[in-house]
Design a protein around this ligand. Structure first.
Ligand SMILES: Nc1ncnc2c1ncn2[C@@H]1O[C@H](COP(=O)(O)OP(=O)(O)O)[C@@H](O)[C@H]1O
Ligand SMILES: [Mg+2]
Length: 329
């Protein structure tokens, strides 16, 4: 039983939604990989890292859709310099707009363009209810609007928010891989461990050797400090929970990031060769290796997911619906 088991009075309403997701699950070996970015504590750099990795993956020739799934606290549009986005997730939920109308496509680097990489943002709305509180009909419309992503994207990266609320944890259960962000601050470390504990066995369920749960240490003063932080979390996790997340890598504390945020820019776009930019490129390479088993330099088109949680975006939606309705259909 998962720690956050959804006590549902919508239990019986879930049939249609599950059927829809099941019916849609016939995609053959989809290439699309789903990543959820979350943290225990807020303000640790999730949104910057989610966006930075998206643009770095584009530089490796990947087509990325970045979803602002931090519902209620969505700010990726501002962070990415999108002014007055007309439409957002709320329009998909109410069914008034299609995905292609809502997605905001960014200009990417010359290298990304040459390799057919791209980044599009699905902006979150202001003050949206979290996904676990949505009506079934709203979820149905939302899921249906996203179902074409398997054909149009290689990666879906979700900024899933902070804390151990149902929404963030459901994204973590459903995604092929989870990037858990912490900083070296003791409070952030404690809260990251709290997320691992709340995820329980579900953190590793279906993901080979725990590869599905990956740790990123942000705002580190050095690689050594970052490794020590990761090791502390991994040791505690191994000792008390019997399994540990993979340490994916770190991002150095770099004033480039703060400067970029103040100017509504993503640091990786404005200064890709800054310390933080290089770190994010390394993280993107690690994601490629873990998700595709390929060398980051080669940019292989062969998709060999290390996680058993594959099944592209429809597989993700199936797991998300299962986790939200928490029975074993
Ligand atoms: N590597 C870094 N170096 C310096 N400052 C950073 C770094 N990463 C994040 N920050 C700072 O932390 C703030 C919060 O980052 P953000 O990505 O919005 O966090 P979250 O999404 O977790 O709330 C940013 O505005 C930025 O000033
Ligand atoms: Mg954020």
């Amino acid at each position: 039983m998962r720690d956050f088991a959804y006590v549902s009075n919508r239990h019986d309403q879930a049939g249609e939604l599950r059927k829809m997701v099941k019916d849609n699950n016939a995609v053959k070996t989809p290439r699309l990989h789903t990543l959820a970015v979350l943290s225990g504590k807020g303000g640790v750099g999730k949104s910057n890292i989610a966006a930075g990795i998206s643009f770095a993956l584009a530089d490796f020739g990947k087509r990325v859709v970045l979803i602002d799934a931090d519902l209620g606290m969505a700010n990726l549009d501002i962070l990415c310099g999108v002014r007055n986005a007309k439409w957002n997730i709320s329009h998909l939920i109410e069914g008034s707009r299609s995905l292609s109308e809502v997605l905001v496509h960014f200009r990417v680097s010359a290298r990304a363009e040459k390799l057919n990489g791209g980044v599009a943002l699905l902006p979150g709305g202001v003050g949206l209810r979290e996904i676990a509180d949505m009506e079934e009909s709203e979820l149905e419309r939302f899921f249906a609007s996203l179902s074409g992503l398997d054909e149009t994207a290689d990666y879906v990266i979700m900024d899933a928010g902070a804390g151990i609320h149902k929404g963030a944890l459901s994204f973590a259960y459903a995604a092929e891989a989870v990037l858990l962000i912490t900083t070296p601050e003791p409070t952030s470390i404690r809260d990251a461990y709290g997320v691992i504990k709340s995820l329980g066995a579900g953190a590793w369920e279906g993901s080979a050797g725990g590869n599905g749960l990956m740790l990123v240490v942000n705002m580190a003063d050095s690689s050594r400090e970052a490794s020590e932080v990761a090791e502390r979390i991994r040791l505690a996790s191994m000792q008390f929970l019997g399994n540990a997340p993979v340490y994916l890598g770190y991002v150095l504390k770099d004033e480039t990031v703060e400067r970029a945020v103040r100017n509504c820019k993503i640091f990786y776009r404005s200064e890709p060769d800054s310390n933080a930019g290089i770190c994010v490129r390394n993280l993107a390479g690690g994601v490629l290796r873990l998700c595709e088993g390929s060398s980051a330099d080669v940019g292989s088109k062969e998709s060999v997911p290390v996680s058993a949680r594959s099944g592209g975006f429809k597989g993700f939606l199936r797991r998300l619906s299962k986790s939200l309705f928490s029975d074993n259909s």
